[in-house]
Design a protein around this ligand. Structure first.
Ligand code: CP
Length: 336
């Protein structure tokens, strides 16, 4: 994360809804490139601030002036529904001026480099850049060359930090804690940036993480990472407090990692029978987009344990919190 002394001085961040004080905002003027760079205290600060942002989002008038006068540019070089939309809604709720740039409508299609594209956008003085890119490490690269704050909205197979933060917020909202919970993460582990951010976040926060997928989709080294790794869905789901299903990322696969989608579903798909092995109040999660009938059956995705749409809703509050904290909080007025 880059610290930039030219960035704004913050006021105190929002208070959590239980009224307890939030520690000083150590995120002001920084980038959010990955969970790897966040401390437990910084993760807790984001989750607590998101509680206040969720309260704002529940009001009839959902707009507050916290980011009035700030400009946020959303630069999406890869497809997105949830992340791009929720960042834009979060920015508008905080009264920022927002701009959306998609790769297909930018001069990238004429051969302009990522660095030149971003330098040209920076010439127009944005305060924050929200970036999604297919290359792992692209956000680290931009954080080194940009004056504006950089928020990683998913970079290749590296990290998707705001997804992991909204996942943690959703679990904590339902279970009251993260520490000590059994969280099973199942599916295409190899290609998943959501997995990498969740693995970092959940282990930092003391959760008991189980990873499950076909041996061909388990990255080398994960077995030594201190978490449980298995190719048995039944073992991973047994007694789980939360089950996070990951999408099979066919677009990132060059070879055959499993014989067929039908066989994948039979062996690794989340079905009602498999959900019964988990705790009676298990949370079924998926970052989206879902492949119904491949990694998850429709009756599980739409069933009583599913919090998949809660994850999407919480994405707005969590992204409001991140935008607010990185931009320094409200300089002259309270968030509410
Ligand atoms: N979860 C997620 O990143 O979804 P999108 O690709 O639709 O943004």
């Amino acid at each position: 994360m880059n610290a930039d002394t030219t960035r704004p001085t913050p006021a105190a961040p929002a208070s959590p809804s239980d009224g307890s004080p939030i520690p000083a905002n150590r995120l002001r003027g920084k980038d959010l490139v990955g969970i790897a760079e966040l401390s437990v205290e910084e993760i807790t600060l984001i989750l607590d601030t998101a509680l206040a942002m969720k309260e704002i989002s529940s009001r009839p008038i959902k707009k507050v002036p916290a980011l009035r006068g700030k400009t946020v540019v959303n630069l999406f070089f890869e497809a997105s529904t949830r992340t791009r939309t929720s960042f834009e809604i979060a920015e508008k709720r905080l009264s920022a001026d927002t701009l959306n740039i998609a790769a297909s409508t930018s001069s990238v299609v004429k051969g302009e480099t990522l660095a030149d594209t971003v330098h040209n956008i920076e010439a127009m003085s944005p305060d924050l850049l929200v970036v999604r890119h297919s290359s792992s490490g692209s956000c680290h690269f931009l954080s080194r060359i940009c004056r504006a704050g950089v928020i990683n909205a998913g970079d290749g197979m590296h990290e998707h930090p705001t997804q992991a933060l909204l996942d943690a917020f959703t679990i904590r909202e339902r279970k009251g804690r993260l520490a000590g919970l059994k969280v099973a993460i199942c599916g295409d582990l190899l290609h998943s940036r959501v997995l990498r951010s969740n693995l970092l976040l959940l282990t930092k926060m003391g959760a008991d993480v189980w990873l499950c997928g076909p041996p061909t989709l388990i990255p080398a080294g994960f077995a030594q990472s201190g978490v449980h790794v298995t190719s048995s869905v039944d073992e991973a789901v047994e007694g789980a407090d939360a089950v996070m299903m990951l999408r099979i990322q066919l677009e990132r696969m060059l070879g055959g990692f499993f014989p067929s989608l039908r066989e994948y579903f039979n062996v690794f798909g989340m079905t009602q029978d498999r959900v019964r092995r988990a705790k009676p109040d298990v949370l079924i999660m998926h970052p989206g987009p879902m492949n119904r009938g491949v990694e998850i059956s429709s009756d599980v995705a739409d069933g009583p344990y599913s919090v998949i749409l809660d994850q999407v809703a919480n994405g707005v509050a969590v992204r409001m919190a991140i935008l607010y904290l990185l931009s320094g909080g409200a300089e002259h007025e309270a968030v509410a």
